[in-house]
Design a protein around this ligand. Structure first.
Ligand code: ADP
Ligand code: MG
Ligand code: MG
Length: 884
């Protein structure tokens, strides 16, 4: 066919054409499993329909032909008054998409064919039950009537009957309900329920097509980055009936536990029910073990099929099935979604069972999942009261008092309170509040909303789009739909990994995985799975992983996490705190002598800092960056200083020091400090500064070596644009290196290299490599400078807008922009290695810990990536995945 395919014609690889559901129905059909026959109208037909606003030519005929052969196979005609064939019309896009029209069951029933169904089945109640379901589903999804009209009518009826059970409704009740439902359709859709079976079917197909463009579906695609132009397929399938008495039923199951990854089947079964009852939670379902007691034959057959499907898909499957009077039917399967814990455990179990090899097991887990497992988490054994569930926008487990505006957040946080900022949605104005809050909770917006983007950027826990919450920021409270009200100051807990919002303070516990990395021996299943996959990744990877660490403590922790050295040790924090005064002395120095004196005072402090770091990283390379930020960052704020001086003036004792400081602040003031006097530029303008730092590094290294240790410093010059800049500071560093080594009487194996973080440096990397023994790509600045984005401003101001409008699918600060910034990296690698084949190459931007970016850096041939200590295991895993 052109647009329509029998289930027997397709296979699981045809998701583009047949949608996920259709492709897998075809696969199961061809595996010989008991699938009710049917056919799939392709996504191509949907695309044509959406483009033309009408069915493409020939579609109706093709559908007729397939329907005719289905009728022949089943020995019944659609809606035949004497003995009707009934079908389901089921949507099914390539990716499963909540927010689209789902499914209409029992199509083909009308006022006449219901008699036929009742007679043939000898069960009038069943026939009426099927009809009322058709009326409400059709009314709801095809005619767009609010589902509450139907459910309220049903509830009213049950109330009159004095029952809460659908099953207590008898033939008379259902006959009345059918009439009530028809009345609801008449009233709210302004038309009669269509009695013509084929019209029912055609309208349902169109409704599925149209549902591709509902607001909710569009929004969901945007959030999940599903392309807009795929369209959905429609499956038309002969009905089997789980609502035909107590020997029938419907269920869903997984071939393993999708939450824990435990081996062994897992599922829910509901007697005398059609599929939607199972998920809707109308009645209590029973476990598969209990199903065995009810219907052993179907149960055993189901288990055999589950084993067969796992063996066939080599993965955990989720399954929808129905039993009609003791006969099992398969209605859906797909590779099942799972939690991060389950992903790791299932991968390892399957390797042990021989279903997949370890390479494949490693492909099945991701760095993001590992990162998720490393967050502190809520104690699942603790008692918890779920208030609502939103989107898991930024992981973590946060507990705090609810506050509803940023000013209160700041005020309370300053008083030492833990707060959770609750908003409908956040705006740039909320930024301060987000910074001080433990977590952020919003009732609107998805994973690309302002709250989500900013929170992820800050590593702040965030749950967004918790739609069940009615947030009233003016009153300072939110109400859970149909439930509790939380007022300002009440404690709540939010889980950014699951999207759950809890009442009160849920206890938080350390992740097992982190405890394992830190050296604890734990007999936890997740630890075993993680350790085995990490070992496999480490054995497979070419790319080394270092850490960004400024202190011995961070270095030590990162080493436990598997860091193979430091890729970025920033020296600026070493100038803050008590040492601020010393830096001020340097800046306000009026003579070379004064400058020298200030530097002499800083030297021993720096030396001690480096000594500790070398000790923590003994035997591993340590890249230390010369001071990078604009100097005014070390000076007092200009307004505060002016005020202080004015006060001093009034009191008549204006101080010389203050006057000098103010002059320095004014002298150093820049409109664009990030483009100003910083990095190598400082080293050139205040030559003694870099020389002092180099001396401190080399003396500390020499001391370490003399003490029997090993130190491999790599001195890194930031913000170089031209080789001339590098040469100017490098000559001085080489000179001091000779002095130190002579004086100490030891050889220090050190390197001098540069950061590549300006486009000009990347484009002249061949020249720069002539003077640099290593490059480290500073991809934060390189992104900033390539896009012309001020990182400190743009993420909070307009990135959510850019993401929504598709300028980029993910912030280029979060995941490397491979096309633009990546092209510069590629070019610099090529030019640099051309000029100096043994050039050491690494990356030290935040991208070093981003899974997608790690694969790129591996591909372009860098020697290592460097990232924050907690991302080190993530980068190791991804480097392994990239290598297989
Ligand atoms: P969703 O994508 O929302 O899961 P489905 O198309 O899978 O929607 O339909 C939901 C449920 O409807 C199925 O799990 C199944 O129980 C029931 N169903 C669908 N088609 C049929 C059918 N031909 N016969 C019996 N039940 C069906
Ligand atoms: Mg389904
Ligand atoms: Mg930089």
């Amino acid at each position: 066919g052109t647009y329509v395919f029998d289930f027997a014609e397709g296979d699981r690889d045809q998701k583009d054409l047949l949608g996920g559901k259709g492709a897998n129905l075809a696969e199961m059909t061809n595996l010989g499993l008991p699938v009710p026959p049917g056919f799939t109208i392709s996504t191509e037909a949907c695309r044509a329909y959406l483009k033309e606003g009408d069915n493409p030519a020939g579609l109706a005929e093709e559908v007729s032909a397939h329907l005719a052969s289905l009728e022949e196979k089943m020995g019944r005609r659609l809606g035949d008054p004497a003995d009707p064939l009934l079908v389901s019309v089921r949507s099914g896009a390539k990716f499963s998409m909540p927010g689209m029209m789902e499914t209409v069951l029992n199509i083909g029933l009308n006022d006449e064919s219901i008699q036929g169904l009742a007679q043939q089945s000898d069960d009038e109640r069943f026939a009426l039950d099927s009809y009322r379901r058709l009326l409400s589903m059709f009314g709801g999804t095809v005619l767009g009537i609010h589902g509450e009209h139907f459910s309220e009518a049903l509830d009213d009826l049950k109330e009159q009957k004095g029952t809460v059970e659908d099953l207590d409704l008898d033939v008379e009740d259902l006959r009345g309900l059918v009439e009530t439902f028809k009345g609801i359709i008449r009233e709210h859709a302004g038309r009669e329920f269509p009695q013509d079976p084929r019209e029912q079917m055609d309208l349902a197909v169109k409704a599925v097509f149209d549902s591709w463009n509902t607001d909710r579906a569009v929004l969901y695609r945007r959030q999940e980055r599903i392309p807009e132009d795929l369209g959905t397929a429609v499956n038309i399938q002969a009905m089997v009936f789980g609502n035909r008495g107590m020997t029938s039923g419907s269920g869903v199951c997984f071939t393993r536990d999708p939450a824990s990854g435990n081996q062994g089947e897992y599922g829910d079964y509901l007697q005398n029910a059609q599929g939607e009852d199972v998920v809707a939670g109308i009645r209590n379902t029973v476990s598969l073990a209990d199903m065995e007691k009810i219907d052993k034959k179907s149960h055993d057959e189901l288990l055999a099929i589950m084993t067969k499907l796992e063996a066939h898909y080599h993965d955990m499957c989720d399954i929808e099935f129905t039993v009609e009077q003791g006969k099992l039917w398969m209605l859906q399967t797909r590779v099942g979604k799972r939690t991060p814990e389950a992903a790791f455990r299932i991968a390892v179990h399957m390797a042990d069972e021989g279903l997949i090899d370890m390479d494949e097991a490693l492909r099945r887990v991701t760095g993001e999942q590992l990162a998720n497992l490393m967050f502190p988490r809520f104690d699942t054994h603790a008692e918890r009261t779920l208030l609502a569930k939103g989107m898991n926008a930024s992981p973590g487990a946060a507990v705090g008092k609810a506050v509803f505006d940023w000013a209160t957040a700041v005020e309370w946080a300053e008083n030492g309170e833990d707060v959770i900022l609750v908003r409908k949605e956040t705006t740039p104005e909320d930024l301060h509040g987000m910074m001080v809050a433990r977590g952020v909770l919003t009732s609107r917006g998805g994973k690309t909303s302002h709250a989500a983007v900013v929170a992820r950027g800050m590593g702040r826990t965030c749950v967004c789009g918790a739609e069940a919450l009615d947030v009233d920021t003016r009153e300072g409270e939110f109400t859970v739909r149909g439930g509790k009200t939380i007022r300002e100051g009440d404690v709540i807990s939010i889980d950014g990994s699951t999207g759950e919002v809890f009442d009160g303070a849920v206890p938080v516990v350390d992740s097992f995985v982190v405890r394992y990395f830190e050296g604890e021996t734990l007999d936890e299943p997740i630890v075993e799975a993680v350790s085995r996959l990490m070992a496999h990744a480490d054995a497979a990877r070419r790319l080394k992983v270092r850490t960004n660490a400024d202190t011995a403590e961070d270095a030590g922790r990162a080493r436990k996490f598997g860091a193979q050295g430091i890729g970025l040790c920033r020296t600026e924090h070493m100038f803050l705190g008590d040492r601020r005064g010393l830096v001020e002395n340097l800046i306000v120095a009026e003579s070379e002598e004064e400058q020298e004196k200030a530097l002499d005072e800083l030297l021993p402090l720096q030396r001690a800092d480096f000594g500790e770091i070398f000790e923590a990283m003994d035997g591993l390379p340590v890249t230390i960056r010369m001071i990078d930020p604009p100097l005014h960052e070390f000076l007092p704020d200009i307004t505060e200083l002016s005020v202080a001086m004015a006060v001093a003036d009034v009191r008549g004792h204006r101080k010389k020091r203050q006057r000098k400081l103010l002059a320095a602040v004014q002298r150093l003031h820049e409109s664009n400090p990030m483009l100003g006097l910083r990095g190598v530029r400082l080293g050139i303008v205040i030559p003694g500064l870099f020389v002092m730092q180099a001396r401190a590094i080399l003396e500390a290294a020499a001391a370490r070596i003399r003490a029997g240790g090993r130190a491999e410093p790599e001195i890194m010059i930031p913000l170089v644009a031209s080789v001339r800049e590098l040469d100017l500071v490098r000559d001085k560093i080489m000179k001091v290196a000779r002095e130190v080594q002579d004086a100490e009487g030891v050889e220090v194996p050190f390197l001098v290299g540069t950061m590549i973080e300006l486009p000009r440096a990347a484009l002249t990397a061949d020249q720069i490599a002539g003077s640099a023994q290593f490059f480290s790509f500073g991809t934060n600045d390189l992104t900033q400078m390539t896009w012309g984005f001020s990182r400190d401003d743009v993420e909070a101001s307009f990135f959510s807008n850019y993401l929504e409008q598709g300028v980029f699918p993910v912030s280029p600060f979060e995941s490397l922009d491979v096309e633009g910034v990546g092209a510069l990296v590629r070019k610099a690698v090529e030019l640099g290695r051309g000029a100096r084949p043994d050039l050491k190459l690494g990356v030290c931007g935040e991208h070093g810990g981003d899974p997608r970016s790690v694969h790129f850096f591996d591909e372009v041939g860098l020697d290592y990536v460097s990232c924050s200590p907690f991302r080190v295991p993530v980068a190791r895993l991804e480097a392994g995945r990239s290598a297989i």
